[in-house]
Design a protein around this ligand. Structure first.
Ligand SMILES: O=NC(=O)[C@@H](O)[C@H](O)[C@H](O)CO
Ligand SMILES: [Co+2]
Length: 410
């Protein structure tokens, strides 16, 4: 079999998505997700102007060789743009291999290790009543675990809370990317956040009891000692995990956090290669791997990092925001179903418009994502006419500044 075409499809139903479509001389096609929120066109160009031409004539069955060729032949390595582009190729080739074999991709990765994938949803609220309603909505939707994000007194707009100007009760169930030519500035105050959050979790535990698994996303905004303080102060509320508690470019920073708290830690949604996890896994500084297939080079490296993590009893907690397309989401669900060390899957439901462009065969019932055993490959199709109805619109993620004007992680 030979690759005869590789096309990049940029579409913006509700938000921007970049999809790679690879076609073969035997009539099979494969899809890959190359979406990088806020930098989509950089990845579209990396694919369209550099990688697609290298694929023509290659045997699509040679996934590992293609991955290694694309990774090493560029000379320049790693980074979110490069790895999202390679991820899309990897996913599309697994899609083709599954279709050629008449099997879902998880069957090629060792078969199902469980019935389905337990999920967590995003509960958010500017105040406790809004937050409690949002928790109830998530439970009604079928999630058996819930992420808790709230506003912080004195701050106007922060990560994880629907933009203030939106109608009250608006849920944070759609990842921001403010449309326009410049990112929106939001405000931040770590001290106010650290002083406020424990009371929120105490209220949530009082309202929903001790058993509901609760997660929280620190979103890279704390120093290691601040993250240690928060992890320790949340111990009475028995979190399932505290996510991105501190920027982990310096993986050793987690040693300090680990010394002070038993709150489980999840990191890695902004990572793009296994080396970003090497110290974190080897020193067991985290409990969950937050990588996502789309930002991590695809299905192949995601399976590799999880097999490495398994040696340290570290589980998966793959990133599942709405700025990963249904193709990328399905790809990591296939990995999640096959690996033994599965933890949980972040699951933000895509909009009706997005589901108009991408037809999915996975389902969500009884608190579990289930993959269709009769759907070969990734089990996703893309309606190119629908995609063409939603042209790209430039959009950026927000960023933070502190009260004194210093730029800060958002
Ligand atoms: O855990 N989920 C997250 O941190 C997401 O909400 C990220 O901010 C977005 O995917 C960035 O585009
Ligand atoms: Co996160």
């Amino acid at each position: 079999m030979k690759i005869i075409a590789a096309e990049v499809i940029v579409s913006s139903p509700s938000r921007n998505f970049v999809t790679l479509k690879i076609s073969t001389d035997e009539g099979l096609t494969g899809l890959g997700d190359a979406t990088l929120n806020g930098r989509e066109l950089a990845v579209a160009s990396y694919l369209g102007d550099h990688l697609c031409q290298l694929l023509i004539g290659r045997d699509p069955h040679r996934i590992e060789d293609t991955w290694q060729f694309l990774y090493r032949s560029s000379y320049w390595r790693r980074g979110p743009v490069t790895m999202a582009a390679i991820a899309a190729v990897d996913m599309a080739l697994w899609d083709i291999k599954g279709k050629a074999a008449g099997l879902p991709v998880y069957q090629l990765l060792g078969g199902a290790s469980r019935t389905g994938l337990r999920t967590y949803g995003h509960a958010s609220g500017r105040d406790l009543p809004e937050l409690f309603d949002s928790v109830r909505e998530n439970l009604a939707e079928g999630h058996t675990s819930v992420r808790i994000q709230t506003a912080v007194p004195g701050l106007k707009a922060i990560y994880g809370i629907a933009a203030q100007e939106q109608s009250s009760g608006e849920r944070y169930d759609y990842e921001p990317a403010g449309r326009g030519a410049h990112p929106v500035e939001e405000d931040w105050d770590t001290r106010a956040y650290l002083n406020h959050l424990p009371s929120v979790f105490e209220a949530v535990r009082n309202e929903f009891g001790p058993d509901l698994p609760l997660l929280h996303d620190g979103h890279h905004r704390m120093t290691p000692i601040q993250a240690a303080k928060l992890g320790k102060s949340l111990e009475p509320y028995d979190l399932f995990w505290l996510e991105d508690c501190t920027p982990a470019e310096n993986q050793e920073a987690l040693r300090l956090v680990r010394q002070h708290t038993t709150t489980p830690l999840a990191i890695g949604e902004v990572f793009n290669t296994v080396w970003d996890f090497q110290t974190l896994i080897r020193e067991q500084l985290i409990d969950y791997v937050r990588a996502a297939s789309t930002h991590f080079g695809g299905i192949s490296p995601l399976k590799k990092v999880m097999d490495y993590a398994a040696q340290y009893q570290i589980k998966s907690g793959f990133h599942g925001p709405t700025d990963i397309s249904p193709v990328g989401f399905a790809a990591q669900c296939h990995v999640g179903l096959a690996i033994h060390n599965y933890g949980i899957q972040e699951y933000m439901l895509h909009s009706a418009q997005t589901n108009e462009v991408f037809q999915q065969s996975l389902s969500f019932s009884g608190g579990l994502i289930r993959l269709d055993p009769s759907a070969p490959g990734l089990g996703i199709s893309l309606d190119e006419d629908a995609a063409a109805r939603y042209p790209y619109q430039q959009a950026y993620l927000p960023y933070n500044r502190l009260a004194d004007g210093t730029v800060h992680d958002w």
